[in-house]
Design a protein around this ligand. Structure first.
Ligand code: ZN
Length: 311
């Protein structure tokens, strides 16, 4: 029987009213790794009792073995993963090994545009739910918007939790659009790619076709394009930079574009997970373009991965 028959589309249940959590955020986000060798982040929501309520992977581009170890280091078992939500199917965002993991009971969530390719490549899991619009995973509402990246596109997400935290997640964007800025405007926490320094990219020994793919509007965002997107999205509290190129970027260069910014900046790496980032509540401009976004001032910082905001 085709998997579609096993998973008939059902309308999502109504999203519960937010329960504001004050100083004790119940939704947290951690980038286990990010970069061209593999991308995987965890979104964890706990109930008021402290009991885990939902565990979602955003992309699963690390091997299941490595993912299992990194999750175990954070007290999370692989069978606890409820959903694997994919931005797209590139190998650095969905590792082939997930097809063979017996104790993974997660539902694979992928955009319908990616479904045919996933079927042809045998990438589907036991449970699969394609999306075209917003869907719900327990107390988490996930609203996608498709962006240009290579020929099948990539999904960026606005994610809202019932406990009030909100997250924008955008990687492998190619370019930003007004629609994407509007979609993510005012999220509490914004995770967004800051892939390359244009000078390092131009000076690299990469072939011209690869440079053109990356910088041509269907590949990745530069540090400056990322910072401009952050300025207009105007996240309420914190920013996590994703997918830094190891060959054509450095954490210091990526951070420089956010110097003295009015938000906490965390820079993900390929080798070390970020700390847990609490998901902040969306700002009042949430869901529409900020009329007067705060100006991002520039501050060089090449030390460490966590950059606290300055008053
Ligand atoms: Zn990628």
């Amino acid at each position: 029987m085709a998997w579609r028959d096993l998973n008939p589309p059902a309308p999502p249940p109504p999203f519960p009213e937010p329960v504001h959590s004050g100083d004790d955020p119940r939704a947290h986000f951690c980038v286990l790794a990010s970069g061209s060798s593999g991308n995987c982040s965890v979104l964890r929501v706990v109930a008021e009792s402290g009991r885990p309520e939902r565990t979602i992977l955003l992309d699963a581009g690390l091997s299941p073995t490595r993912t299992r170890r990194l999750l175990a280091d954070r007290g999370i078992g692989l069978p606890e993963i409820d959903d694997i939500v994919l931005t797209h199917l590139d190998a650095d965002h969905f590792h082939l090994g997930w097809r063979r993991v017996r104790d993974c009971r997660a539902t694979l969530r992928l955009h319908r545009q990616h479904l045919g390719k996933a079927e042809r490549r045998g990438l589907l899991l036991r449970r699969n739910e394609p999306f075209t619009g917003a869907f719900e995973s327990g107390p988490v509402r996930i609203d996608p918007i498709m962006m240009s990246h290579d020929h099948l596109g990539v999904a960026a997400f606005r994610i809202e939790t019932a406990c009030g935290g909100s997250l924008g997640f955008a990687t492998d964007l190619g370019r930003t659009t007004d629609a994407m800025i509007d979609h993510l405007a005012g999220v509490g926490t914004l995770a967004i790619e800051s892939n390359y320094c244009p000078v390092m990219q131009a000076d690299s020994d990469r072939p011209a076709f690869l440079k053109n793919r990356i910088m041509g509007g269907a590949g990745h965002l530069s540090n400056e394009e990322c910072a401009e997107a952050v300025r207009t999205i105007a996240p309420a509290a914190s920013v996590v930079l994703l997918h830094l190129s190891r060959q054509c970027n450095t954490p210091g260069l990526a951070a420089r574009a956010h110097t003295d910014a009015p938000y906490e900046l965390t820079i993900s790496t390929q080798t070390e997970p970020t700390p847990w980032v609490p998901l902040a509540e969306a700002s009042p401009v949430s869901g529409r373009r900020a009329a007067a976004p705060p100006v991002v001032r520039v501050r060089p910082n090449t030390q460490g991965m966590l950059f606290p905001a300055r008053g």
